[in-house]
Write a protein that binds this ligand. Sequence first.
Ligand code: NAP
Length: 286
Amino acid sequence: MMRINGETKVVGLMGDPVKHTLSPAMHNAAFKKLELNYRYLPFHVYEEELGQALEGVRAMQLRGINLTIPLKEKALDFLDHIDKQAGLIGAVNTVVNKCGQLYGYNTDGQGFLSSLELSGFSIENKNILIFGAGGAARGVSIPLAFEGAHKIVFINRTLSKADKLSRLISNIQLKKKVKSMSYLPSNTKAVERNVLEADLIINATPVGMNEEDGLPPGLIEDYLHSGQYIYDMIYSPQVTPLLEAARNKNAEFQNGLNMLILQGAEAFKLWTGENPPLEVMREVIT
Ligand code: NAP
């Protein structure tokens, strides 16, 4: 790896917590492979101090920063320029420092779309069902709407959040078919019908991360069938109960690892102008 010297450019991740992040390993391995004089560091930043931390990016001339929970939304208040899609999503996960001006982007959506593309799945005219209505659901559903999905349905524990997200998408894409529902027992039939009709089912909740977890609430294995594509945004564990169910039903599936790598790759390109070695990034985090 190139030695750190007076010309080393620094990038990193801000969040609270950052202890478990895989991003430093992934980016530093890519810098090493391409012999780029960069280093990626974790910075534990509390929400109340985000403004000061971003001033620090400017003052210390860091090249850029990734942002994670809980800073992605608040960052919009402190940046000089916000990319259109990041503005619509209302969250920034990548900041680029261009001569003291901070530019905000959201690479999660692009990472997600590229991971589907890699597996040969086309979004055009597809029925999409998303479990969850938090940051991850918002980050992928807006790009999906722009990419020509036929219909998007949100199923969420808190109905008001799903309603808000579907309103947002309907406002951006006026003709888009968007629906929101909770998984209350009174909705069982509607949930079943929408799962059966879905071409792509996405888990954008953390349900499946813990050992005692099952399928996203409302979902029953028998609703899944071959011909569907099941996407779990969780990357640890690599096989969640949802993906096991997909395998049992001969549906296609993938976990969140490719998305993690590809959203990182987009940030890497924004900072360095170079295409990162994806296989090297994958090797160090699996
Ligand atoms: P978030 O903003 O906190 O949203 C969490 C969503 O999950 C909300 O809709 C929440 O419902 C729902 N939820 C949480 N616990 C639940 C439970 N026990 N039962 C039912 N629903 C539950 O989090 P996020 O940023 O969207 O992240 C969601 C998941 O995506 C996480 O597992 C994260 O690791 C993953 N992710 C992966 C990548 C990647 O690169 N692969 C990127 C981003 C996120 P309520 O609205 O009712 O609270």
